[in-house]
Design a binder for this molecule. Structure first.
Ligand SMILES: [Zn+2]
Length: 246
């Protein structure tokens, strides 16, 4: 089996917030005047954004969970991402630092590099007012209320996303369909914090799908437009479609 770069698939479009979205910025070490639970912001524009790592991490988790109980070789240790380097999630999302570096065969490299790159998603708005939502948690032992403010990106906000999926071997075409599955799973889950309180429902919209073959990079060949799709559900996943994208 040879691993050789053949093409990149580019997915671009809009992430639309169907509910308020909170992707925390405090972990980055930013503390502003006692306001906890702030959202992460692009230091350049000071506008909220969606880090590619947040999107990628959540899609990976959901795809891994969808394999639970199947024959797929997914190693799950304490909720950490699988590091086997062999299963489909590892191929798509990468597997860093295998637990046992016993041989070259045992790490992810035998399946080539990580297939997926997820860019940071910046908002389409020039200006964006966030909202503060008051959340009350009750301490179960003392019954003491613990009110706190959560900053959120309001419902209706749109971000531009870009994902690049690299094709290295024949099975990557079907692995690409699994990426689409993980995006769909994310739409029915949540992004960021407080998902169980209804935050973080998103939708992928206005998706443009391009293919850039190796010749695009080496000899200026044209990129190929596979299609424009209003929603994920509009992207077919049958054999005919697989033939079309090859
Ligand atoms: Zn794995």
């Amino acid at each position: 089996m040879t691993i050789q770069f053949q093409a990149n698939f580019l997915l671009r479009g809009i992430i639309s917030c169907e509910t308020g979205l909170h992707i925390g910025g405090t972990s980055e070490g930013i503390e502003i005047g006692g306001l906890e639970n702030i959202v992460i912001r692009d230091p350049k524009t000071d506008l909220p954004f969606i880090p590619g790592s947040s999107l990628k991490g959540k899609m990976r988790t959901l795809l891994e969970l969808s394999y639970k109980g199947s024959s797929e070789n997914i190693i799950n240790s304490k909720g950490d991402p699988c590091k086997c380097g062999k299963c489909i999630p590892c191929k798509i999302f990468g597997s860093s630092a295998p637990d046992n570096k016993t041989s070259k065969e045992d790490n992810g490299r035998q399946h080539g590099p990580t297939r997926l790159v997820v860019r940071d998603s910046f908002t389409t708005a020039n200006d964006l007012e966030t909202e503060l939502k008051s959340e009350n948690t009750i301490n179960r032992i003392t019954s003491e209320a613990n009110p706190r403010n959560m900053e959120r990106v309001p419902r209706g906000t749109e971000f531009k996303f870009e994902m690049i999926f690299s094709i290295y071997e024949e099975e990557d075409y079907s692995n690409f369909l699994k990426l689409l599955d993980s995006m769909k799973l994310l739409e029915d889950s949540y992004l960021g914090g407080s998902g169980t309180r209804g935050y973080g429902q998103i939708q992928f919209k206005n998706i443009s799908f391009l293919k850039r073959s190796v010749e695009y990079y080496t000899s200026n060949a044209e990129e190929r437009k596979i299609g424009d799709f209003d929603t994920l559900s509009d992207i077919p996943k049958d054999n005919e479609f697989l033939i079309r994208i090859k």
